[in-house]
Design a protein around this ligand. Structure first.
Ligand SMILES: Cc1cc2nc3c(=O)[nH]c(=O)nc-3n(C[C@H](O)[C@H](O)[C@H](O)COP(=O)(O)O)c2cc1C
Length: 216
């Protein structure tokens, strides 16, 4: 099989975190979500455990309630980061990061308008003293599928953004949606068609600066 590298590389390099360009007014058919999930579950899982679970919310009232919880979770996150030593934060915040924060604020204000919210979950929770290997096995059994899902969406004209902040209020979300205790929510992904389909490659440090060959 010959892949069209131009297309493949474009998909891999232009699948961005989309917030401001989510089209809140265009409905997303359930079939397209199912199609993208079918592709997503081709991703690997630890010991082929296939412990991924997907919570998809398109009910307007439930989305509204998730939006309320999301706003509280963002406040929780704010207080956590204020308790870190942030004395050098201003120096560290690049223009790019400032744009991300602005965009995250936009999402916070509009999240109730997103037509579909997907909460990727995994069955099983890490023990408090879990070894890195166990953490890798749990989170690693959902993250590759999540990224495949986001790529599949992008290739069909939809956008998404991986958000973790709702995890500060995981119990409230579980209660709202009836998610069992042993199911870990790993993200909350707003999904919508995008306004326009052109997205740019992001600026990243050269791989040579972050890669170590044979010795750190
Ligand atoms: C583990 C993880 C957690 C993230 N959490 C959030 C979040 O809570 N809220 C949000 O708006 N974006 C979140 N993001 C999206 C990142 O902000 C975004 O991917 C990053 O700024 C780079 O932008 P790009 O993906 O368009 O290159 C998260 C991304 C990852 C991988």
């Amino acid at each position: 099989m010959q892949f069209d590298l131009e297309q493949t590389d474009a998909l891999l390099t232009t699948t961005r975190a989309v917030r401001k360009r989510l089209d809140f007014d265009r409905p997303v058919p359930r079939e397209i979500i199912n199609e993208c999930l079918e592709l997503a579950v081709q991703a690997p899982t630890a010991s082929n455990s296939q412990t991924w679970r997907w919570m998809v919310v398109d009910d307007a009232e439930k989305r509204r309630q998730i939006a309320e919880i999301y706003r509280l979770a963002m406040q929780d996150r704010q207080s956590v980061s204020e308790s870190w030593d942030d004395s050098k934060a201003a120096d560290r915040i690049s223009a790019q990061t400032a744009r991300v924060l602005d965009s995250a604020g936009y999402l916070r204000e509009n999240i109730h308008r997103v037509p579909v919210i997907v909460i990727p979950c995994v069955e099983g929770r890490p023990a408090p003293d879990a070894a890195p290997a166990s953490l890798s096995a749990i989170y690693g059994s959902i993250m590759p599928a999540v990224w495949s899902f986001q790529l599949a969406l992008r290739s069909r004209g939809l956008g998404s953004v991986f958000t973790s902040v709702l995890g500060f209020r995981e119990r409230e979300v579980a209660q709202l949606l009836g998610i069992p205790d042993n199911v870990l929510q790993v993200a909350m992904i707003p999904v919508a068609y995008t306004i326009g389909t052109d997205f740019k490659r992001a600026s990243r440090p050269p791989v040579s600066e972050i890669t170590h060959w044979n010795e750190w």
